[in-house]
Design a protein around this ligand. Structure first.
Ligand code: PLP
Length: 356
């Protein structure tokens, strides 16, 4: 049994994907070919935003947001401590300071109550300028945007939605990627919408941000790539990956239904034995992971292993516990909920071709 069965998906879509790849090989426009803009149009339409700007990966997508929002040294950016490293890495890479926030025990997402406490602390200290919040749609479940938007407005902060795991999710039919001022996703193969290599995208309704993103991703280009009006990066989505994603995006709504069916079946089977993930009213998860909480995690994982069922721990180490972030000076006990989750969570196989 596979944890994520990419081969089953490829078998299902093989003819269409092969044909799309062949088209790229025939026209030869490997960089920024026609499939890239076709995909950007379709992504924007699916998410329900004005602009989708693709790039090389989900980490670059976050870095491009830092650049578009002019986040820099001396700025505080609030983000969950229980997330994948890239969320906080992008902040530090922009020379700003990540300020970690504890998690909500039920949703695993950033806790709005703790967030407001940490914002007030930063203001009271007076050393950093509170600038933005990065909310992560962890394991596919959208963060609590109604509450985050209220807090952002109160303290004049931007919201960046890290939807690397959340693509396809929604709150009251409003899709992930459309929350906050700007949003990112990743097309890493194991994400809900993945390609066959690295890829990413940024979403926004803001014309000014979109223009900056399109410039930053090609060496800060002006009229063309040999007219350079700002310092940028080289971060484009390959045409071949865009071609693959076009076919995968067409199938994606169907896959989302299958993921939710699998989650419902898991809930039926497992809710008497484990603390199972709960989806708040009006929310839809894209189920990037199906994550259980168990005090005896090691024993539970060993039992599954014996039955030939692979399990993985996302994440055993919070950001404030990472060696790379030691310089921020956090201590054990600073984030009690996140630290407990890091010790007790583990994830079961989850993909649209799972038969359970
Ligand atoms: C995967 C992931 C990223 C980074 O995406 P890459 O495409 O691997 O660079 C960022 N944030 C979160 C929450 C992720 O899960």
């Amino acid at each position: 049994m596979q944890f994520i069965d990419l081969a089953a998906q490829y078998q299902h879509l093989k003819e269409k994907i092969d044909k799309r790849i062949q088209t790229v090989l025939d026209h030869g426009k490997y960089i920024m070919g026609p499939e890239v803009s076709e995909l950007e149009d379709k992504l924007a339409e699916y998410v329900g935003v004005k602009h989708a700007v693709t790039c090389a990966n989900g980490t670059d997508a976050l870095t491009l947001c830092m650049m578009a929002l002019d986040i820099k040294e001396g700025d505080a950016v609030f983000c969950p401590t229980f997330t994948f490293f890239a969320t906080a890495e992008a902040v530090a890479f922009a020379k700003a300071t990540p300020v970690f926030v504890d998690s909500d025990e039920q949703t695993f997402n950033i806790c709005p109550v703790d967030l407001e406490k940490r914002i007030k602390n930063v203001i009271a200290e007076g050393k950093l300028k509170p600038k933005a919040i990065i909310a992560v749609d962890l394991f596919g479940l959208p963060a609590n945007y109604p509450e985050l938007e209220r807090i952002a407005k109160k303290y004049d902060l931007k919201i960046i939605e890290d939807a690397a795991q959340g693509f396809g999710g929604s709150i009251n039919a409003k899709k992930t990627g459309s929350f906050g001022d700007i949003a990112t996703t990743s097309f890493f193969p194991a994400k809900p919408l993945g390609c066959y290599g690295d890829g990413g995208a940024v979403f926004t309704n803001n014309d000014g941000y979109a223009e900056l993103l399109r410039s930053f991703r090609v060496h800060g280009k002006g009229n063309d790539k040999y007219d350079n009006i700002r310092i940028g990066m080289n971060s484009r989505l390959d045409t071949i990956q865009a071609a693959i994603l076009l076919e995968k995006l067409a199938e994606f709504p169907q896959e989302l239904i299958s993921r939710n069916k699998a989650a419902t079946n898991y809930e039926k089977e497992l809710s008497t034995h484990f603390k199972t993930p709960q989806v708040p009213e009006g929310y839809v998860s894209s189920w990037a992971q199906y994550t259980l909480v168990d005090e005896n995690r090691d024993a539970a994982m060993a039992e599954y292993k014996e039955q030939g069922i692979p399990t993985v721990v996302y994440y055993a180490t919070c950001m404030h516990q990472q060696t790379a972030f030691k310089y921020l000076g956090y201590c054990e006990g600073d984030f009690p909920v996140a630290e407990k989750l890091a010790k007790q969570v583990f994830s079961l196989p989850m993909h649209p071709y799972l038969i359970i």
